[in-house]
Ligand binder design. Structure first.
Ligand SMILES: Nc1ncnc2c1ncn2[C@@H]1O[C@H](COP(=O)(O)OP(=O)(O)O)[C@@H](O)[C@H]1O
Ligand SMILES: [Mg+2]
Length: 256
């Protein structure tokens, strides 16, 4: 589904991503972990088209996508989550869903050629879809609340719900468990698994939280200083000496 080959990105003298390669099969859940500053977010931004790599190739679903705009990548079905920005906190949960970025853009262009009746029907379909997704993520009863009134975990669920409005083939999640209470984190984890099991969605999760990523992923890549230092099934990665070293005193310590 996604193949990242030898991707590099420097900022000034810093090699944020230093020759990364990943291969992700269709309907897999793949985790990328690593200590702070390892290059995880930069890699995420490169894959989703928000940053141009200096070098390397990225193939999504058979198409070359490095250097392609983030909008065009989203249209191909590779969808990332966005943090609920300050402006969006002043809108309701339902309004947030109907303004989902990747979703809204194309619809608006298309609507120009539609008759008013069709526009109305389209709107009704969008609302139905938004409600179904909110229900799936346990947020439907909160649809008229301001997004700003949600807890950290509920905001993360809303971010995922918004991404799903675009019918992704593949979902990119950056730290979906950060600042989320354990109960809600488990729920997010279960929902991600269901999306894969029931809808065949491929998922790439970038995460700091080692125990969660171990529970969630089929395959894990460990990044350190911009390089993949280990990869494999969760048990293999857990047993890897280099990984233990990279994490000593950090999150790894908590796991053991
Ligand atoms: N826009 C940028 N300008 C300069 N340096 C950056 C930029 N983005 C990231 N970096 C640097 O690249 C390295 C990797 O950062 P990042 O990808 O955010 O790591 P992670 O998400 O794993 O914590 C860090 O040293 C960071 O300071
Ligand atoms: Mg990061």
């Amino acid at each position: 589904m996604l193949s990242v080959h030898d991707v590099e990105k420097s900022f000034g003298g810093i090699k944020a991503v230093d020759g990364c390669s990943l291969k992700i099969k269709k309907s897999a859940i793949v985790g990328v972990i690593g200590p702070n500053g390892a290059g995880k977010t930069t890699l995420f931004r490169i894959i989703s088209g928000f940053e141009k790599p200096d070098n390397g190739t990225i193939v999504f679903n058979g198409e070359d996508i490095e250097g392609v705009t983030s909008f065009a990548i989203a249209r191909k079905g590779l969808i990332r989550t966005f943090q609920i920005s300050k402006a969006l906190t002043k809108l309701t949960v339902e309004e947030n869903m109907l303004l989902a970025p990747q979703f809204q853009h194309g619809e608006r262009i298309w609507n120009v050629w539609l008759r008013p009746k069709d526009v109305k029907r389209q709107e009704e379909e969008n609302i139905e879809k938004a409600h179904a997704l909110l229900e799936f993520l346990g947020l439907l009863r909160l649809k008229d609340e301001y997004a700003g009134a949600l807890s950290g975990g509920q905001k993360k669920l809303l971010e995922i719900a918004r991404a799903l409005m675009a019918d992704p083939k593949m979902l990119l999640l950056d730290e979906p468990f950060a600042g989320v209470n354990p109960t809600l984190a488990m729920k997010i984890l279960e929902r991600i698994k269901e999306l894969r099991d029931n809808n065949g969605i491929t998922v790439l999760v970038i995460e700091h939280d080692m125990p969660k990523i171990m529970q969630l992923s089929d395959h894990i890549y460990v990044l350190n200083k911009g390089k993949v230092i280990a990869s494999g099934a969760p048990e293999e990665v857990r047993a890897n000496e280099q990984v233990v070293e990279a994490y000593l005193g950090g999150v790894w310590g908590e796991l053991r």
